[in-house]
Design a binder for this molecule. Sequence first.
Ligand code: NAD
Length: 499
Amino acid sequence: MSKAYQHFINGEVVQGTSGRASDIYNPSLGEVSGTVSLATTGEVDAAIAAAQAAFPEWSGMNPQRRARVMFKFKSLVEAHADELALILSEEHGKVLADSHGDIQRGLDVIEFACGIPHLMKGEYTQGAGPGIDVYSMRQAIGVVAGITPFNFPAMIPMWMFGVAIATGCTFILKPSEKDPGVPMRLAELMLEAGAPPGVLNVVNGDKEAVDAIIANPSVRAVSFVGSSDIAHYVYRSCAEHGKRVQAMGGAKNHGIILPDADMQQAVQDITGAAYGSAGERCMALSTVVAVGNETGDRFVDAMTKELDKLKVGISTDPKADYGPVVSSVHKEKIENYIQMGVDEGADLIVDGRNFSLQGYEKGFFVGPTLFDNVKPTMQSYKDEIFGPVLQVLREDNFETALQRPSDHQYGNGVAIFTRSGGAARDFAQRVNVGMVGINVPIPVPVAYHSFGGWKRSAFGDANQHGMEGVRFYTQTKTVTQRWPDGETQNAAFSIPVME
Ligand code: NAD
C-alpha cells in the first residue's frame, strides 16, 4: 500500500496543503513506495504556534511527571520496535538488525532523559554576602527545532527531542524527506505516552520548511544534523536570527593501524565499521591508515578475503550484512567517486560498481569497494563518499599517520588499533578529532556522554545528548536574594561587593 505522509501538528495528522510532495523509495526494490508532503511556511508557523501554546503547561509541570512520560514513551517504542524497524529498513535500506540498533541508540538517550529531575537541579550558595543567598536554576529555553538527516531516522530525532522535551521544551521536528515514516510514528507514540498535543510536532519538508523554522522568532534553538555545507548554512542563518544553534556535519573517519595491532580483530572491526549500513553512517570508518608497508600488505590481503564473504542483500534479508544505499542519485554519486579514485591513480582492489542482485536488479545496491595506495592529495580522499568504499593510505610512521586525521577537513571520529597503551594514549591526546576509539572502531559515545565532532563535522559549540544536550535546551537563571531584617540600608552608588 502506498503511503502519503502528512504532518503531525498539535497531536493530529494534518493534511499538507502546499501541493508539493516528494517521493519515498524502497531502495531494495528501487521503486517509489509513497510520498511525503512538503510544508509551506504557513504550515511550519502553525506547528510552531502549537508548540508555543503547549510550552507554559509542559515546562511548568514538575520534572518527575515529564520523566514519567519519557518512561512510558520508552516502553511504547520497545513494544513497537519490530514495526518501527520494518518501516525504517524499507525506507532507508539498512538491514533489520541495524534498524533495531538505530532505535536502541535513540532509546538510550530517552533512558538518559528519564533522569531529568536530577539533571536539571540547580546550585545554591548560602551566605554569599551578609544575609544574601544565591541560587541558580535551569529552565527550558522554549520552542526548539530539530532538523535531521536520512541516515538515522530513529536515533537522531531521539537524540534531540528526547532531551529537549524532558527539560520542558516543546519541539518541532523536520525529518529527512527520504524516510519520514519512523519520525511520524515516534510523534504518535509520544502523544500516547502522555505528552500533551503540541509538545512534539513533525513538519515534513525541504529547504522551505527549514528556512521557515529559522526565520520564526518563536523558535529559540535549532539542532541540525546533516551534510557540512547545509550544516554551515543552518549555523550561519540561525546566528543571523539570534538563535542558539548546534549543527553537525559530514565526516571522514580514519582507522590507524599500528604494526603491533591484533590484525585479525582489526580486520573484523573495520569490516563492520566500513561497510555496515552501506557506509552511510557519519561514524563509518571509511579510511584506513596503515603504518608501515608490511602492515598495509597484511591488512589489504586480509580485507580482500573478508570482502569475498560479505553478503549484500535486501534490507529485510536476515542474512544480509548490508543493504542498498538510499537513492539512485546517491548510488551514482558513490560510483562517480570510485571512478575518481581510479582516475587519480589509487589502486582499486575490489570494485563494487555494477553490482546487481538477482531479482532486485532495480535496487540501489553498491558492492563493497576497496582502494589501496590512496594519497592525501586526492579529491576522493578529501571528500566524504558516504558509501561502502574503504580507502587505504600507507604511512611510514606514527607521526605522519597521526597527521592524516588531524589535517583532514572533517574531525568526527577516529580509531587507533594497537597493543601499545603508550601509543594509544599519546594518539588520543594529540589527534585533532572529536571522538576517539582505542581498539573500538565506531566510538559513538554512550548517551550520558556527549556526541560531537570537530572542524567541519560540527558548527557551534554544544554537543548532542549527555549534559551538553541538557545545557543546550535550557538556560540558567541566577537569583541573588536578601530578606529584609528591619534595618534600612543607605543607597549604594558603587557596584555592590560582597563583604
Ligand atoms: P542533508 O544535508 O542532505 O539533509 C539533512 C537535512 O537538511 C534534511 O532534513 C534535509 O531536508 C535538509 N536540507 C537539505 N537540503 C537543504 C537546504 N538546501 N537547505 C536547508 N535544509 C536542507 O544530509 P543527508 O543526506 O540527509 O544525511 C547525510 C549527511 O549527514 C552526511 O554528510 C553525514 O555525514 C551527515 N551526518 C552527520 C552526523 C553527525 O552527527 N555529524 C550524523 C548523521 C549524519
